[in-house]
Design a protein around this ligand. Structure first.
Ligand code: SF4
Length: 453
């Protein structure tokens, strides 16, 4: 799909932690499968099995993929359903030995019927490392089989057809499919990426007022996750003995006893880690572009507002710029840690945030593109190696580092006229190739790097 056809509201999904590809995406796929199953077998009884492959099988337990699938099978929604219901779904299905969809009884034992298949059967080639297969049968006779790919950021694909939650506009007033084309569109029409994004979103039938209201809702979810993370102490779940640090770092950022004059850096780090710690606890966050990297953009937006006393309009504009950048990366490279490593998550979130901060601080489109390129260039090669498959180490601190790099990239771009040697599009091509060159053990399988070292 062309980048300009991706809605910013598909980039920014309100979901539950800890992972957009391993939690939000499988939940979306399971919810859709529930609807398909009800249509295929309206009544009677059937039996369901769900098979997880590749990275989903390798790190799905740490990422709560099984819980998310059960929640989706019950028709729960990651953005709107109460969190207690989402995280109780698996236990409820287990107790009942299955679930009902109106007149249909679905036999399903999560402990037995979710299969964790790290290697696909011989002859089966995975189109994406995050592949899952739903198979319903009646008396051993297959009735409905659906294979889905959770391709990062909560996006789910089926047989080369993407199924976005917001129907793509067939045409948009300002089409682009790369950063170079975006810069060209802005130059030709004398507009900036905010105007481009607003006009293209309007082609989906929304007024500017509606678009801005929805962006405000997204910002509020980001803010709530940040505030809750800044005020919640204790241990993170999963047994790694990782303590929540955001509240302490935030307090220390306001202390005049800080050994170095790094108050702003520590404050930004605390903002980013607050969201990442909420995500690690299965809290509600916004994909930006993923859950694992959800802390970078909110932290940078809040820090920029903090420093410059900017308001909600600038935040909305920052979200639009960041959304456009993420769409370009999604089409030109990848936003999936299982596909290209952490460069596709923290690297991309830093690029989004760098471009957004540059735009919010008055930079023009070439400076935004420069800022995004600087941020991505200095995350190239970053591997994904979460310890014990949990989105905690190195993920939480990595959000802080991504946010600091994003602010530095924005400052460097704003200090220049936007002229630079390596284009963002070239950096994205390199990112994609580097990701393909990474061994599987460095792509969200928890079998290399920090995960085993
Ligand atoms: S290491 Fe990066 S890509 Fe991997 S799970 Fe953590 S945040 Fe996501």
């Amino acid at each position: 799909m062309q980048a300009s056809l991706i809605s910013v509201f598909d980039i920014f999904k309100i979901g539950v932690g800890p992972s957009s590809s391993h939690t939000v995406g499988p939940m979306v796929a399971a919810r859709r499968f529930r609807r398909s199953l009800a249509a295929a077998i309206p009544s009677g009884e059937c039996h369901l099995r769900v098979e997880l492959f590749g990275s989903l099988a390798a790190t799905g337990r740490g990422h709560r993929t099984d819980d998310a699938i059960c929640a989706g099978l019950l028709g729960l929604d990651s953005a709107e359903s109460p969190m207690e219901e989402i995280w109780r779904a698996a236990a409820g299905i287990q107790e009942q030995g299955g679930f009902d969809i109106e007149g249909l009884r679905v036999g399903f034992d999560p402990g037995r019927d979710i299969l964790w298949s790290k290697s696909p059967p011989s002859g089966m080639r995975l189109a994406h490392p995050n592949t899952l297969c739903f198979a319903a049968d009646q008396n051993g006779i297959p009735r409905l089989v659906v294979t889905a790919r959770s391709v990062g950021g909560g996006f789910v694909e089926y047989d080369d057809v993407e199924a976005p939650s917001h129907p793509p506009a067939e045409t948009v007033p300002y089409p682009f499919d790369s950063a170079t084309e975006l810069v060209g569109v802005c130059a030709i029409h004398g507009i900036n990426p905010v105007k481009v994004a607003l006009a293209n979103e309007s082609a989906r039938g929304f007024t500017e007022e509606q678009i801005r209201a929805r962006l405000t809702e997204i910002w509020e979810v980001m803010n709530v996750s940040m505030d809750e993370g800044l005020s919640t102490e204790g241990m993170l779940p999963g047994g790694l003995q990782v303590e929540r640090r955001a509240p302490r770092l935030y307090r220390q950022s306001r202390s005049d006893r800080l050994p170095l004059e790094r108050h702003a850096d520590l404050r930004t780090s605390a903002f980013a880690m607050a969201v990442a710690e909420q995500n690690a606890c299965g809290g509600r966050v916004v994909t930006a572009p993923t859950n694992g990297s959800a802390g970078v953009l909110p932290a940078v937006l809040r820090e920029v507002c903090y420093e410059r006393d900017l308001g909600i309009t600038e935040i909305q504009n920052g979200l639009l710029i960041a959304g456009v950048m993420a769409a370009i990366v999604k089409c030109g490279a990848s936003i999936s840690g299982a596909e290209v490593g952490c460069q596709g998550e923290i690297g991309v979130s830093a690029a989004m945030a760098a471009a957004a901060a540059t735009g919010m601080l008055g930079g023009h489109v070439r400076q935004m593109e420069d800022a995004a390129e600087i941020a991505i260039e200095h995350h190239l090669g970053l591997t994904c190696d979460p310890v014990r498959g949990l989105v905690q180490i190195p993920c939480i601190e990595r959000n802080a580092m991504g946010a600091i790099k994003a602010l530095n990239a924005a400052a460097m771009a704003l200090a220049s006229d936007g002229t630079h040697v390596v284009s963002l599009d070239r950096a994205l091509r390199v990112m994609k190739q580097t990701g393909m060159d990474l061994q599987d053990k460095y792509r969200e399988t928890a079998t290399g790097g920090l995960a085993v070292g």
